[in-house]
Ligand binder design. Sequence first.
Ligand code: ANZ
Ligand code: ZN
Length: 732
Amino acid sequence: MLPTNPPIGSTQTQGHCVRLPYNPHEIEEKWRRRWQESELDRLRPADLSVGNRALFYNLAEFPYPSAEGLHVGHFFKYSGLDAYGRYQAMRGRVVFQPMGFDAFGIHTENFALRTGEHPMTLTARTTAAFRAQLSRCAMAWDWSRSLDTSDPRYYRWTQWILTRLFDAGLMYQACAPVVWCPRCLTVLAREQTDGDRCERCATEVTERMMRQWFLRTTAYADRLLAGLDTLDWPDRAKRLQRQWIGRSEGRDIDFGDLTVFTTRPETLPAVTFLAVAPGHPSAGGTRPHPLSGEPIPVFDAPYVVESYGTGAVMGVPAHDERDRRFAVERGIPFSDAALLEPGAADRIGRPVVRTRMRDWLISRQRYWGPPIPIVHCEGCGPVAVPEAALPVLLPYVEAFRPTGTGDSPLAADPAFVATRCPRCAGPARRETDVSDTFVDSSWYFLRYPSAEVDDHPWDLDRARQPDFYAGGPEHVQRHHLYARFVTMALCDLGLVPFDEPFPRVRLGGLLVKDGAKMSKSRGNVVGPDAYIDRHGADVLRCALLFTCPWEAGGDFHDDTIAGIERFFARLWRLVVAALAAEGEPADEPTAEPADPHLTSTIAAVTDAVEKLRFNVALARLMEATDSPQSVASLRVLVLLLAPLAPHLAEELWGRLGGAQSVHRSPWPVADPAALERAPRTIVVQVDGRLRHRLTVEHDCADDEVVRAAVAAAGVQPARVVHVPGRLVNIVT
Ligand code: ANZ
Ligand code: ZN
């Protein structure tokens, strides 16, 4: 579901960069082959059992393979996830890190429409290209449990979930005004519009009445809100979902037989009109005011939303901006009546809670999606396709373009449409709409651990929540919300043992290139291949991670590449020099060094990786390679580097005497006693502004620290504030 763009067709240089004293391609190919042969990242069925407490399910949002390939923005997000997973593996967890393809849906279909290629052949080609790219990226994907949402073995179960929701009354058909894109020739969910424009093609949308399928998300609104409190999510993600659900406490007030919903009952004395949605039968009449008994005119107003609240509003032009504008336009008087006191206002009408969220419109009159598994029978009405008859296969239809009639292209295939009723065996007609792509991605996390199981959607013994879910802010409102709804519904049906899909979410920041957002129109979309061809995957990965804190995002410049290469070259030379001085390590050295500098590096890198600040981790490792190191120290540094530069670390680890893969070696632990003795970094401020950083020994006396700070700042102090171990502020 990450949008994709084709990489630039750049000059591909095969040779490696002169800044490195080794050939990164040789090393990377060698280790990639060995890891594959030893099935390092492949889990056995027993590993995946919910009983395995060591399992760490490390999940990344899967991509839409809609275009020609990945760009470095994907690479940045996945690198952070992979580094975190590799770190967990070294902490003793059994890491399950699958990757797949969100291949069904409007993204792939629109790409197919642009290029004229049929989505079936297009998808086969783009997923293969994506997979090849993802495989070069030095990530620990378990490809043995991949999935593709457009594969019948997958969408069979997407359809099965819909039949379960239908049988439970959570899926229904209704005639509803729907948002229609005249360019994409399809209905859009409100979430697929940007103001009054289609999110995909920016065409102004129109409205149309159509029979549509909905999922009853509003039935779960309160739980979707309450559940947020239990989740370890970034605040901004929770805020986005709360806004989307839009809970509002107010009161219903009767004006005769017309009820309005208001969040400001105290403004009741100043009401001068009532407003209803266009087409409402009450428009044109009057209703007497509940306090004064005065007749109040009823207007229809475009700003009243039919499906929100009661679909009727009390107009208070003196206190509400929209009401004011409408009143001015229609010549309706204002009232300056005094507002009600809180006590009096509390006795008006009935307290109610409304939510802005609507039911989820899942019908798409398009081709590239799973056919909605319903059969329409004249006698029985809509009937769910029974499990044994699933999947309802998407037929190969040559004319896959949207028809513009409001019917899906499947409606033009009589062999598909004509069927028998599963209940009475009478003649019946298949539903021809396909379901929204967000249905596909609402449950994929359940499928990965059971990807090879064919006779049920997931093995209950393997149904588990991801321990970590790395996503993008663009998916919080829709994908995350829909996955939460579906999981809650499945939980209520007894099909999964938990009701939240993603207890722990972190959102990767946006990577921009040379100060500009990467976009096709700017022509600055950068693919990873040219970089990998030239510098190797480890260099690109570390350069991206060094650019910015992973959650914040930042601006990627090519100079970062050179900085990383200098660091790798220095480390390589330190290893060569240490081995020459001390000789090859005879067997695996075990001594945990008590060197206080090294200890503080371990503590700092561990803390940085835990907080996904891979840039800080790299900076600390760079500092630690500023001076010559012993073999024992280098072994520790290489372990700390392993999640960030997996191939290089594996190579150096082997040379330093490591017997098993560095990725299955224990993460170094900072010895607390040595940490006590570690040197401190003191921040020196002048009048509150950062001027220097000083490194002082742990037992350096307070007056010595102050003296050193004043000397470093070179100013005449009026007063000095000293926070021992942390900061000296010199006030001038
Ligand atoms: C009188 C009033 C006076 C209002 C005032 C606001 C300010 P939220 O918070 O989003 O729930 N409203 C109610 N139903 C509506 C509908 N179907 N379409 C458009 N507007 C609607 O907003 C609640 C407020 O939005 C309600 O409170 C109502 O206007 C309006 F100084 O009532 B109020
Ligand atoms: Zn029937």
